[in-house]
Design a protein. Structure first.
Length: 346
């Protein structure tokens, strides 16, 4: 009888020990289990922002414990400013909404542009899938077939753009100041697809935007000479553009050169920014940053990106945060120079 009681006591003790040591583990489910994550894209469907968001959405779930569902929602307007302001002011900081907007908007904060309702350092920066360097391309019908023809154009060429903060808007303004190029910005388009249609209809002469955008929307047109790249704003020649001049090589003097380096090259690293709202807890931020790093090495994503003519040249969340902080610490004298270019006058 005594042995039986002793055995029951031992069994009960072991069961109690098992339950107390395993129940917390069993109760800890992945943060993103059974969750749906929205990616708010600050551009219309069909352009480079939309393309990268959708390829990321298809593959990110594999790299997050709990396999959450990703949904892409396009919110075009104001060059991504609508999404940036919404992420800052209105989106709950629960890690369930990612804002994909133009990081170049931060220069708008630096120079004090109207409409900026965010403080960039407070965003929880996730990363950038690729650096975006700009190529200015023109339709054959425009007659601008080289940088020399642009420089000597008898009247300003019409360039399409979304709004301030986008490379389509900001890069021409930097080039105009640094290289004295004649142009007229026609802003207010919702996104790349609309600009493409306007150029093909003869309403625009061309556009300055990421070379990837041209590769996605106008690959065939470039091949047959209907769309002509005449200038690239990049630190070094982009693939396939070795014979197209670099803006930095055409600058004369240290001030114009630095304008190109900060206003174009630095912006190129932050254009395709992804961020969580201010106040998002560390756990979802760390999960997203790691997933972002991993997915951009995923062989399936890389194969799909190659097929879609999308490059992968990432910037980590930590690097992105550092760049943003650096922009907000530019010396006042240089900021004054930037204001002459980037300040939007109502």
């Amino acid at each position: 009888m005594g042995n039986r009681i002793w055995n029951l006591t031992v069994i009960n003790t072991l069961l109690l020990l098992l339950l107390t040591t395993t129940s917390p583990v069993l109760s800890q489910e992945p943060f993103y289990k059974d969750k749906t994550i929205r990616i708010l894209v600050g551009a219309s469907p069909g352009g480079i922002f939309d393309s990268y968001s959708r390829i990321l959405a298809r593959h990110l779930t594999k790299h997050i414990a709990g396999n959450p569902i990703f949904v892409v929602e396009n919110v075009p307007g104001a060059g991504g400013l609508i999404v940036a302001n919404r992420m800052y002011k209105a989106v709950k900081p629960d890690g369930l909404t990612i804002g994909h907007f133009n990081g170049g908007l931060v220069l708008g904060q630096v120079v004090g542009n109207p409409g900026i309702e965010f403080d960039a350092p407070k965003f929880q920066w996730i990363g950038v899938p690729t650096k975006v360097y700009t190529a200015c391309v023109f339709t054959k019908a425009s007659g601008i077939t080289s940088i020399q023809r642009w420089m000597s154009a008898p009247k300003p060429v019409k360039l399409g753009a979304t709004g301030p903060g986008s490379n389509m808007y900001d890069v021409p303004r930097v080039l105009g100041s640094a290289l004295q190029l004649p142009f007229q910005l026609v802003a207010g388009y919702k996104g790349a697809a609309e600009i493409k249609l306007a150029a093909e209809a003869g309403e625009l002469d061309g556009v300055c935007w990421g070379w990837d955008t041209t590769s996605v929307l106008w690959a065939k047109a470039v091949e047959v000479g209907e769309i002509i790249p005449v200038l690239q704003a990049a630190p070094r020649a982009l693939p396939g553009l070795t014979s197209v001049p670099l803006a930095i090589d055409l600058t004369k003097g240290s001030d114009p050169r630095r304008l190109v380096e900060v206003g174009i090259h630095d912006q190129g690293a932050i254009v395709l920014s992804h961020a969580l709202s201010p106040g998002t807890p560390k756990e979802p931020l760390q999960i997203m940053r790691q997933a972002f790093t991993n997915v951009l090495k995923d062989p399936e994503l890389l194969a799909e990106a190659k097929k879609a003519r999308l490059t992968i040249d990432p910037v980590s969340g930590e690097e992105l945060e550092k760049i943003m902080t650096g922009l907000l610490r530019l010396e006042s004298g240089f900021v004054d120079k930037l204001k002459t270019i980037f300040v939007v006058k109502n």
